[in-house]
Write a protein that binds this ligand. Structure first.
Ligand code: ASP
Ligand code: MG
Length: 456
């Protein structure tokens, strides 16, 4: 049995969804499909929260937008009139429920994290209904089960939950023992789980990859396939380097590093659950379902130049904290990280020297981060500053720290491209080397690196 995740990018419109339905009808019997929402739907659901707070009059607009989008898709997927009507009617209740949540927010003038997470899951709830009905309409036995019915247990952390693997495994095993049918197709909405208190909690944006990994690990799947509208992991972002190549095989570590720097292929935490269970991840392109794609395994394969990909993210900013003797005094870093944690800010990385601590934060958090450490009394540092016009570049390849000359090759190439390196972080991972450059030098940097490592 496989667990297969279908991304929103494969569900862009009716035509795309139709192709997916055909693929599932042909090959998906006995497999479990973890779904994303249809393309763009989660964004509408979330921005609907803000507009519902602004004015009641916006609520019907949001609902109509969602209804119209889904109806367009249904029209392509289901031809028969009564079936189509039945489905639209069934979804009517779902929209009504959603509408009530939005009115609740408008009425109470408050969007609690609980409510935000609940609302955000409606895209997946709806796509699961539509896809299972569309298959059934073709005579394929298909059904769906919600994470709260399955017992996909989360730690209850709104907008950024993790699964409790032991409890989820137990619940899934007993659900499967009673309900699994090797002749039918099963859908599970991705993106969320339910806490022991019964709270619906999402796994963060893009979290249905993680959901699928949890289901794969908990059910002992033979493989986790991620179905996408792209080939797989590439040696660079095709938007920067049009001649970049597919990476056929990666290690878990390499995939996790690439997911982290924003290759956009996988949710960064997807690797965690499957790595422990020893399950491989196969990235598959739904336009070429028989192509190899990228395979992620424990051992991967090593290529002659070790480096597999050049990656970057611009969602980064530096919070610099200047103090004398930071390397010799205890407590400064903990005061700072505690204050950031209290403000709900994630720290991506820390680099310290004797006179300065540099914290890498997401760009959206930087102002809030700066404000939160300014409030520490008495102030443990001399001066703080913020740098935003930077990009985090990484070269990724398992074992690059063990091979002489890779860092030298990398930094020589960057320097020859006339790019100044702002900050280096090396040795924290066996599979990646990170450094910061000014954002305006980013393109030059990526080209220089790709050419030195991949253009023979
Ligand atoms: N639909 C959710 C999102 O857009 C989860 C996912 O697609 O993975 O973030
Ligand atoms: Mg996604």
């Amino acid at each position: 049995m496989k667990v297969i995740k279908i991304g929103g990018g494969c569900l862009k419109d009716g035509q795309a969804a139709n192709a997916i339905i055909e693929l599932i009808a042909k090959r998906g019997k006995g497999d479990i499909f973890v779904l994303s929402a249809f393309y763009g739907v989660t964004d509408i659901l979330i921005s609907g929260i803000a507009t519902a707070l602004e004015s009641e009059a916006n609520i019907p607009l949001t609902i109509n937008d969602l209804r119209t989008r889904h109806n367009h898709i249904i029209k392509v997927l289901i031809r028969e009139d009564t079936q189509k009507k039945q489905l639209s009617k069934g979804l009517g209740d779902v929209y009504k429920k959603l509408e009530r949540y939005y009115y609740g927010i408008n009425f109470t003038r408050e969007a609690t994290p609980r409510m935000q997470d609940m609302i955000a899951t409606f895209g997946e709830r709806i796509s699961a209904v539509i896809l299972s009905k569309a298959l059934a309409a073709r005579g394929v036995d298909a059904s769906y089960v919600l994470p709260e019915e399955l017992g996909m247990v989360s730690d209850g952390k709104f907008t950024d939950a993790s699964a409790d693997m032991d409890k989820t495994r137990k619940n899934l095993e007993s659900w499967m023992a009673d309900n699994y049918n090797s002749q039918s197709v099963l859908f599970i909405p991705g993106f969320y789980g339910v806490s022991e208190n019964g709270d619906i909690t999402t796994f963060g944006r893009g979290g249905s990859d993680y959901s699928a990994a949890v289901v794969a690990a908990a059910s002992g799947a033979e493989v986790l396939e991620i179905w996408k509208d792209t080939q797989g992991f590439m040696t660079a972002d095709p938007d920067n380097i049009s001649h970049c190549k597919l990476i056929p095989e990666l290690t878990y570590e390499e995939a996790a590093e690439l997911a982290y720097t924003g290759a956009g292929i996988l949710h960064p935490r997807t690797v965690e659950p499957v790595r422990k269970a020893g399950i491989n991840i196969a990235i598959k392109n739904t336009f070429h379902p028989d192509a190899r794609g990228s395979l992620i395994t424990q051992t991967g394969i090593t290529t002659p130049n070790i480096v597999k990909s050049v990656s970057y993210t611009t969602d980064v900013a530096v919070l610099k904290i200047h103090a004398s003797g930071v390397g010799a005094r205890y407590g400064i870093l903990s005061q700072i990280t505690e204050s950031l944690a209290k403000a709900g800010i994630n720290i991506k990385s820390v680099v310290t020297s004797q006179t300065c601590i540099s914290l890498l934060l997401s760009r959206k958090d930087i102002e809030k981060g700066y404000a939160s450490i300014e409030k520490i009394e008495p102030s443990p540092y001399r001066k703080a500053s913020v740098i935003t016009d930077v990009a985090l570049v990484s070269i990724v390849g398992e074992g690059l720290h063990l091979h002489r000359g890779i860092a030298a090759k990398c930094f020589t190439a960057v320097s020859n491209a006339n790019v100044n390196i702002e900050m280096i972080s090396f040795g924290t991972s066996n599979a990646a080397l990170y450094f910061l450059v000014q954002e305006r030098s980013l393109d030059r940097t990526i080209h220089a690196l790709h050419s030195i490592f991949f253009d023979d």
